[in-house]
Design a protein around this ligand. Structure first.
Ligand SMILES: [Zn+2]
Length: 291
């Protein structure tokens, strides 16, 4: 067995949702975001419609999920953020205004980390144990910042498909890995000039169910990432429901959340991994904190 899951489970499965709303648009294209009602409204579909559809879906399926919410989104869509919290889902940090950290130096990243944690604490009463970087963008010094703020885990890297350790000067940070294949945005979002087309939900069901079947056989940690403004659309909500029903036909799947996976991983002291393909992250030390 490549990874040992609790209670004899063969694999783990997490539904995760990045509740960005307008935040990523405001960070990446601040001038356009001041005038483009079209761009803003596309993303407001998330808080206006998508979040509640997802909450109803999770309620129907009796599943707890992991939601990652930027500070800006908590401030500007507080009622929806509270409904997510009050439904009992995990809430993790996801930047302040969805900052792609590639644009930031360590000091700027540290300030943004403090700001987002203050918003989550003051407006939601949440102290997150998990972090997902906006756009899955992570600098070599980011794990150290997360560890210094006592995060239990990060869920932004793609170096494995089982939990693994990222070394820092303050000890290992648990990584709950993600992958582009299991992200709704590149499959479904319309972007002018991009090579992707809007995918048929049946094709995405085929893609995701095949990946799940493979990862289940490999003792993997299947982390699906959806966005309320992308997968909150009617046919795509149905797709997620179909997928969960498909997954439930397999025996031995631990349906859980990233915080529970991280707690399990930490409780084993990293000894849940064994055999080929497990391995640990190699330390990627910054030569100097650039910029
Ligand atoms: Zn995001």
């Amino acid at each position: 067995m490549r990874y040992r899951w609790p209670d004899g489970h063969q694999s783990a499965a997490v539904l995760s949702f990045d509740f960005d709303a307008e935040s990523g648009f405001i960070f990446r294209e601040p001038e356009k975001a001041k005038r483009s009602l079209a761009g803003l409204e596309e993303r407001r579909f998330g808080p206006r419609v998508g979040v509640d559809r997802m909450l109803r879906l999770l309620d129907r399926l009796k599943l707890r999920a992991s939601f990652y919410i930027p500070g800006w989104t908590v401030e500007n869509h507080l009622a929806e953020s509270k409904r997510i919290r009050d439904a009992g889902h995990e809430i993790g940090a996801h930047g302040n205004v969805h900052e792609a950290v590639d644009f930031l130096d360590a000091a700027q990243e540290e300030k943004i980390m403090r700001d987002q944690l203050a918003i989550l604490r003051d407006l939601l009463g949440v102290r997150p144990v998990g972090y997902r970087s906006p756009s899955w963008d992570v600098n070599v010094w980011t794990p150290e910042i997360l560890k210094s703020h006592e995060f239990l885990y990060d869920s932004s890297l793609m170096g494995n498909d089982i939990p693994y350790d990222v070394p820092t000067d303050h000890g290992p940070l648990t990584e709950i890995p993600v992958q582009w294949l299991l992200d709704d945005a590149p499959l479904f979002r319309h972007v002018y000039g991009a090579t992707n087309a809007i995918a048929d939900p049946a094709r995405v069901f085929d893609l995701w169910s095949r990946e799940f079947t493979g990862m289940h056989a490999e003792n993997g940690c299947f982390v699906l990432t959806c966005h309320p403004f992308v997968s909150g659309r009617a046919s795509r909500i149905a797709l997620v429901e179909d997928l969960v029903r498909f997954m439930r036909k397999q025996r031995g799947v631990w349906f859980t959340t990233c915080d529970e996976v991280a707690r399990w991983h930490a409780s084993t002291g990293g000894r849940a991994s064994s055999g080929a393909g497990a391995g640990k992250a190699r330390a990627a030390k910054p030569a100097a904190r650039r910029r």
